[in-house]
Design a protein around this ligand. Structure first.
Ligand code: PMP
Length: 296
């Protein structure tokens, strides 16, 4: 925290923290996995780049250089002696001045990590999750920059997730103001139709997911035709297969949308192939993708 290793219980902030009141924080979610060559961080460079891009969009100056954040992440993993974990760097405004303009506040940087099991459940990875199309529209990119991974974006995600879970679904899928598919509350979405892989374009108003980008690349290398294209709600219902991608959710099949089965209502064969390639890649078992892994 701010350059020091701090015991978990002492990593605290003041109640007047600007980012607590106004959502003015930007953050990242990264995972590291155990491999034969030791712990490897998946696509660290891409996550660091997105972290600084998020700060840039919000005119926030992170008080550390990217290489300092990289070494702090590695040091935190090493000092905790953790083999596999989720890594959460966060930059936020402190408690110097109250008011909407954050600039009178010091920018703080913290890196937290903890072991995090598959976000949508171990069972979800195998049999798929049940989703609901949210009644909340995804934030319009004219209102908020959806390419930034900002704390504030998650107010919209929280509403959608609470609604979905209160109705017995695992996760929500959000449409944008034009009724086109965007993403889950913390995942990007992919569709398989006639052997093609399709995912909404960044212009739909989505987070440029690093898992999404990796799957686009992997899909092409697997010989699939991959399209970044706007998808309607009906195309989701008619898909052969659907799955989520994300650092926390990894590759999670979607078996139902609004109580309607997708395909046969089980994890589809292409999803399964992509999922198993993904887990091989992150655990260092695929030399073709070793450039995506950063040793700790
Ligand atoms: N969309 C949202 C809203 C997210 O929170 C996340 C998780 N960071 C993603 C997509 C997936 O992004 P990534 O693959 O970089 O984790």
């Amino acid at each position: 925290m701010d350059g020091q290793l701090v015991p978990w219980e002492n990593a605290t902030v003041h109640v007047m923290t600007h980012s607590l009141h106004y959502g003015s924080a930007i953050f990242e979610g990264i995972r590291c996995y155990d491999s034969n060559e030791g712990t490897m961080i998946f696509r660290l460079d891409a996550h660091i780049k997105r972290f600084y891009n998020s700060a840039r969009i919000y005119r926030m100056s992170v008080p550390f250089a990217p290489d300092e954040v990289v070494s702090a992440i590695k040091r935190t993993i090493r000092e905790n002696n953790i083999k596999e974990c989720y890594i959460r760097p966060i930059a936020f405004y402190g408690w110097d001045e109250v008011g909407v303009n954050p600039q009178g506040n010091r920018v703080h940087l913290a890196i937290a990590l903890w072991p995090w099991l598959p976000y949508l459940g171990e069972e979800g990875l195998k049999v798929g999750v049940r989703c609901k199309i949210s009644t909340w529209a995804r934030i319009d990119p004219r209102s908020m920059p959806m390419m930034a991974k900002a704390a504030a974006n998650y107010a919209n995600s929280i509403l959608a997730r609470l609604e979905a879970q209160s109705e017995g679904f695992h996760e929500a899928i959000l449409l944008n103001g034009s009724g086109m598919v965007t993403e889950g509350t913390g995942e990007n979405i992919f569709l398989v139709s006639d052997g093609r892989l399709k995912t909404p374009p960044l212009s739909a108003g989505i987070l440029p997911g690093i898992t999404r980008e990796s799957i686009i690349d992997l899909g092409q290398k697997m010989g699939l035709k991959v399209e970044e294209i706007n998808l309607s709600r009906s195309e989701l219902l008619l898909a052969d297969e659907l799955f989520f991608s994300g650092t926390a959710a990894e590759v999670t099949p979607i078996r139902e949308v609004d109580n309607q089965k997708i395909g046969n209502g089980v994890r589809g064969p292409i999803t399964q192939k992509i999922q198993s390639r993904f887990f091989e890649i992150v655990r260092g078992k695929d030399p073709d993708f070793s450039a995506w892994l950063e040793p700790v």
